[in-house]
Write a protein that binds this ligand. Structure first.
Ligand code: FAD
Length: 473
């Protein structure tokens, strides 16, 4: 029997490890079985949002049924910590008589250490194949064979590689035998928060593909114009599916390709703006794979370890709860807490606010995001936070600090997004919604907090913090 270990790749299409297991099993007249290891303690240690855990488990129940219909049995194994995974898998391998284990390689350091321990522990070959990116980490390097540290040249090299060699994706496997029964994992009733959030992220068979198709058919060509407006449904909302591997990035590429008849490989071609975001995803994944310190709370730019971030629990709580007195920040943070998701423009604004206005460390923001997001993904989250904080590869220069008021005015000009999430400001007109304390009398005036910092002052302090760094910021 060939055993496939599913991890952050809960799909049948474009699954290189599943494909390899099926090929080998067919060649040797064997069966294929699958396993997923539930590591709740480790997930919590990694700050995984409870709603994301629920999303993954519900998806597993669907995946188990999809596999069973193809004659592949999915085993669900509990190993609370990664350290317990080798023994748990060894027991399954022995019990089921597996002759090889197939999985897709991980990029995060704890996951990689876990996989090394599994390889060392099992008595059968463990075959790890790349599959979490369109191009595997290590494939897009500078002329000197080093990882790119800046996005734009990475993206050019990535596009050259795709133009030269193309890409291909694996189809879902044909059935391996008669359909099997499937006993789904028994889950407690959803909490109200889970019900609210998971409504936006259905996991039934074909749900992710349908959302991809709909976005590509109806919205991808307007993406460049609408992607920064949080009040509008201008982005794909595929992130939770991509983070859990319910969709592969190559499926996204293929959908774009087939809609346009060609892949947009230059900036001025229709559809390129969206492809560019998928390349950002690749960039951060390649970086994380090639720079293990990014998985260990370390900044990309090492000299920024000396930054004197403040410790202020009250300020942190006000940010988390959306009580900063800056409407766009508060709307974004309340939306995150209630829905487990936040628009990219808002992620940049609130991350800049935490680090450059409140002077609290990006690591705290990163962990808090992880504890709330349904699409929590170490590479993208770490990359986004370090970009905003000015500590990362390709970070915004330290003197470029987002102004939360003008960002709100520019990207939520009518205040529609703010009104949706900050009920105290529900009756404030567009002219005052971004500065509700400046003279306008409205019902929520007392209820809504005053700005907790003066942005102009905080900005200068942030710049000074960077200028004081030993190597000049
Ligand atoms: P679209 O705009 O439609 O983009 C398509 C896909 O491309 C996304 O689903 C995502 O997989 C990828 N993508 C888009 N933008 C980025 C980006 N800047 N970096 C990496 N990948 C990108 N994304 C996550 O998936 N998980 C996270 O934990 C996460 N944390 C973030 C934290 C901060 C501080 C910032 C600034 C960004 C973060 N992002 C994260 C990236 C981005 O905000 C989300 O991927 C995006 O908002 C998801 O919405 P969408 O699916 O509609 O994306």
């Amino acid at each position: 029997m060939q055993l496939v270990w599913f991890r952050q790749d809960l799909r049948l299409v474009d699954h290189p490890a599943l494909h390899a297991a099926v090929q080998q099993a067919r060649a040797q007249g064997e069966a294929v079985e699958a396993v997923f290891v539930i590591s709740r303690a480790q997930w919590r240690h990694h700050h995984m949002a409870s709603v994301r855990e629920r999303f993954l488990l519900e998806r597993l129940n669907v995946l188990g049924a999809e596999l069973a219909r193809r004659g592949i049995r999915l085993h669900l194994v509990e190993a609370p910590w990664f350290a317990e995974v080798p023994a748990a898998l060894a027991a399954l391998v022995r019990e089921r008589g597996a002759r090889a284990l197939h999985a897709m390689s991980a990029i995060e350091i704890d996951e990689r250490r876990r996989d090394e321990a599994v390889s060392a522990h099992l008595s059968v070959p463990c075959r790890f194949v790349p599959g979490c990116c369109v191009l595997p980490p290590g494939r897009v390097l500078t002329g000197k064979g080093e990882p790119f540290k800046v996005f734009t040249p990475f993206s050019r090299a990535w596009l050259r590689e795709i133009a030269a060699h193309g890409y291909s994706l694996y189809r879902a496997p044909e059935p391996m035998g008669a359909p099997l029964g499937w006993q789904p994992l028994s889950l407690p009733a959803r909490s109200a928060h889970e019900t609210r959030t998971l409504r936006d992220w259905p996991v039934h068979e074909g749900a992710a593909e349908a959302r991809l198709r709909e976005f590509i058919d109806d919205a991808v060509l307007e993406y460049g114009a609408r992607r920064d407006l949080p009040a509008e449904p201008g982005t794909s909302r595929l992130s939770a599916y991509l983070a859990a591997g319910i969709l592969s990035p190559r499926q996204c590429l293929a959908a774009l390709h087939s809609r346009l008849g060609t892949l947009p490989l230059t900036r001025d071609e229709p559809g390129f703006a969206w492809l560019n975001e998928l390349i950002w995803r690749e960039f951060y994944r390649h970086l994380l794979a090639l720079e293990p310190r990014l998985s260990m709370n370390q900044p990309f730019q090492l000299h920024t370890r000396a930054l004197a971030w403040r410790h202020d629990e009250q300020a942190f709580a006000a940010w988390c709860e959306g009580r900063t007195g800056y409407p766009i920040v508060d709307a974004a943070m309340r939306c995150l807490k209630q829905t487990g998701w936040m628009h990219n423009r808002l992620r940049m604004i609130v991350a800049s606010f935490l680090t450059k206005d409140l002077h609290l460390s990006w690591q705290r923001g990163e962990a808090y995001f992880m504890s709330q997001l349904i699409d929590g993904d170490l590479a993208a989250n770490n990359g986004g936070w370090q970009w905003a904080a000015g500590t990362g590869a390709d970070a915004a220069p330290y003197f470029r600090v987002f102004n939360p008021t003008t960002q709100g005015q520019k990207f939520d000009p009518q205040g529609d997004f703010i009104r949706r999430w900050v009920e105290e400001l529900a009756d404030v007109p567009a002219t005052c919604i971004h500065t509700p304390h400046d003279g306008w009398r409205h019902k929520g005036r007392e209820a809504y907090p005053s700005p907790m910092v003066d942005h102009a002052v905080a900005r200068l302090q942030a710049i000074a913090m960077f200028r004081q760094l030993p190597t000049g910021g």
